[in-house]
Design a protein around this ligand. Structure first.
Ligand code: DGJ
Length: 724
């Protein structure tokens, strides 16, 4: 950051620069930073230049309003007539504290002027003596170009402050004309909706107590015509797994504001004197290279984290759609033997292994092995899996309880509910009150015990119902504290068992968010293994998550969720561009299918280093029935592309596959991966070069591309390029 004033406090401008992004904030008046520009790198600015820029960006004053212009800070003081969503909303018991104006800069030993910063970091603390509140705002611009927004509020008065919302917001320019929201439902998550930004407020709320199947993992606004590879876009991703609110607001004064925040239930956050509420962090991405640019920033940000999964992502077999609840030693061992034969590296025992759990109506909460079906506990299957050279994974759903369980019978008071009023059931289950220390300790000790007793290297952590009426035993709303308790539980287990990886799942992709990403290496993107729907779900999940964090499985030929048939090659191509796995009863396969899976497993292992470290490319293919994605090595030495035909094309000949992201200066050897060289076509012959190898320059690959066979719907081709 360049603080261009003589003193940080008095300095008029903060200019953060990193990763090709600039954030320019006006600090001329005491208070919190006022963002003037968040977007393209503005280069080095002298103090007079920065000053002039702010003046140039300041509008005049229209009739019939206030006499002066006042730029809102990251916490808009809307009740003072400013634009943007209300930054602080709340009050005290005597009716005061509703209007907030942070005017006093507050210094401390570490930050004497109340404002501090360096090239990528700005922090400011300001108080409003009248409402008795102190706010802290931190803006961190990372090397990835991701802007991290951290905001907190402290009650500095001697009465309780009832907080209804703390909502940092960022301004975007008027050129942001469209709003790209991701929504969805069970088995079809994160599906895009493109809307014009119009005057007023667009708002999406969720009170499910989890991020949910319709969570807009990246709320994005963009300029008209923005695509995967071109156009300017701004995105917010909320690091939170509980209730949330996302808004886009266009005001008649032409300003546009975007925000992502926790949705606080009435009475949920009562700040005692001296207490602080920290809003969930927001990770904001700007791109002038379309949505791919947004993804690249999120991916490089996530990949730079200390705890990011760096070891080869093990090929996984998950037992769910293979055996469902029909679990016993013989079945699991049979499945494990086949899995090892095809090259699986991690064998996951899904739901059905624990006490009473013969259906989804019973057992949740009783986290000990059902010795009727697994007489030697998990030892037998763990030993067999280990002998076969695989890791063992286990399914759990720690936050839940069935009424038909020993746990619920012993501790009915551990269920989240309004006293005397059980919430409606969801999947025949209730939610355990993790804000109750005893319940928390019970769950921790059970999971800790399992992880200590068996060689488990992976937990699939499920959450199969939304919260409703989620009160604690004092009838207070508990969703906020339940989310924090979940994070504490995850952190405690990770600390005790650092080698154990965790996958976040919530009836498929109902908890895919960057809050969970702090603790989880993998996300189960959706319960659908139907590759046609998966093409969409994975494409949009990867807007934020890199492929190594997205779980995708080859399911049965007839998808269990949709009942649709798909060829093995299409299912395999779809699962390849992810952290791949299998969810299919391998004991029933033909030798031909087993052989295909073996070769596919080898291919995954050969290409995963590239897939899980390279730059993700999604091309704006002219045919809406085609989905193109590719991964190009960061040094551009190789690439892998998938061309998926997801419906019947309008034209008889396909548009060429143009390959973005390669080095224009290099020549490449292009070849269809052997496994995908025989797709079903609706043509008499394939193009003459098929299936390669053929030599092509990066420039030609981008400008001309290659023609593909005329594919039947639900077919895919995977193409590898290696620089010569
Ligand atoms: C929902 C998950 O999404 C499935 O993958 C499976 O684990 C079931 N729960 C098990 O109950």
């Amino acid at each position: 950051m360049t603080l261009t004033g003589s003193k940080a406090h008095a300095g008029p401008v903060a200019h953060l620069r990193a990763g090709g992004v600039s954030l320019l904030a006006d600090l001329s008046a005491p208070g919190l930073p006022k963002v003037v520009h968040w977007g393209a790198d503005l280069g080095e600015l002298t103090e007079p230049q920065a000053d002039a820029l702010i003046r140039a960006a300041t509008p005049g004053v229209p009739h019939a309003g206030f006499d002066t212009f006042e730029r809102p800070s990251v916490l808009s003081e809307r009740l003072r007539g400013q634009a943007g969503p209300l930054g602080v909303s709340g009050r005290r018991g005597d009716g005061t504290g509703w209007s907030v104006h942070f005017t006093e800069q507050v210094g401390s030993a570490e930050m004497p002027a109340g404002v501090a910063g360096d090239l990528g970091h700005l922090a400011a603390v300001a108080e409003d003596p009248a409402s008795g509140l102190r706010a802290r705002s931190e803006l961190v611009l990372h090397d990835s170009g991701i802007l991290e927004v951290v905001t907190s509020l402290t009650n500095i008065s001697d009465t309780v402050y009832q907080l209804d919302g703390l909502t940092p917001a960022l301004p975007v320019p008027a050129t942001a004309q469209a709003l790209l929201s991701l929504s969805g439902h069970w088995a079809y998550e994160r599906i895009p909706e493109l809307l014009p930004i119009s005057f007023g407020v667009w708002q999406r709320d969720s009170t499910e107590g989890r991020s949910g199947h319709d969570f807009p993992i990246a709320l994005t606004v963009c300029e008209k015509g923005c695509g995967w590879r071109h156009g300017e876009a701004w995105a917010l991703s909320l690091c939170w797994s509980g209730n949330h609110r996302h808004t886009v607001e266009r005001r008649p004064d032409r300003t546009t504001w975007v925000s992502a925040a926790e949705l606080i239930l009435p009475g949920e956050i009562d700040l005692e004197p001296g207490e602080t509420y920290t809003a969930p962090r927001v990770l904001a991405a700007w791109s002038d290279r379309g949505l791919d640019g947004i993804s690249q920033r999120y991916h490089s940000h996530l990949r730079a984290r200390d705890g990011h999964p760096r070891s080869p992502r093990p090929l996984t077999l998950n037992s769910w759609e293979a055996v469902y609840f029909d679990i016993d030693e013989r079945r699991l061992e049979g499945l494990a033997e086949r899995a090892a034969e095809v090259g699986v590296e991690r064998f996951v025992v899904d739901d059905g292994w624990f006490h009473l759990r013969t259906s989804d109506r019973r057992g949740l909460g009783d986290w000990w092995v059902d010795t009727d079906r697994l007489p030697s506990g998990l030892s037998q299957i763990a030993g067999r899996v280990g002998d076969l050279g695989m890791e063992l994974g286990l399914w759990v759903e720690p936050e839940m309880v069935n009424l038909d369980s020993d746990l619920a019978k012993a501790h009915p008071d551990w269920i989240l509910q309004m006293p005397g009023r059980l919430p409606r059931e969801g999947r025949h289950q209730q939610v355990l009150d993790l804000t109750n220390d005893e319940a928390f300790e019970y769950i921790f000790s059970k999971l800790n015990g399992l992880l200590g007793q068996y060689p488990i290297s992976y937990l699939k952590w499920d959450h199969n119902r939304p919260l409703s009426d989620a009160g604690d035993r004092y009838a207070r709303p508990a969703a906020h504290r339940q989310t924090l308790a979940l994070y504490r539980l995850l952190a405690a287990l990770r600390e005790k068992h650092p080698q154990v990886e965790i996958e976040s799942c919530a009836s498929g992709g109902g908890r895919v968010d960057l809050g969970m990403a702090q603790f989880c290496e993998r996300f189960w993107a959706s319960d659908t293994n139907d590759p046609l729907d998966r093409q969409q779900v994975q494409r949009w999940t990867s807007l934020v998550l890199p492929l190594e964090m997205i779980g995708s499985h080859v399911g049965a030929p007839r998808a269990h969720v949709t009942g649709r048939h798909a060829d093995l090659s299409f299912r395999a191509a779809t699962a390849l561009f992810a952290h791949a796995g299998i969810e299919w009863d391998l004991t029933k396969l033909t030798s031909e299918d087993l052989d295909f899976l073996r070769r596919w497993a080898d291919l995954y292992k050969a290409r995963r280093a590239l897939l899980h470290s390279g730059t993700l490319i999604r091309s704006d293919h002219p045919d809406p029935r085609v989905v193109v994605q590719g991964v190009v090595a960061t040094d551009q030495s190789e690439a892998l592309y998938c061309y998926a035909q997801v419906g019947t094309s309008r034209t008889s000949q396909p548009a060429p596959l143009r390959l973005d992201g390669l080095s224009p200066a290099r020549a490449y050897r292009l070849k269809v991966e052997d496994l995908f060289a025989f797709p079903r076509t609706v043509a008499r012959s394939a193009p003459p070069w098929w299936p390669g190898p053929v030599e092509i320059t990066g420039k030609a690959a981008r400008a001309v591309g290659v023609t593909l066979p005329i594919l039947a719907p639900a077919q895919a081709v995977v193409v590898h390029l290696a620089s010569i």
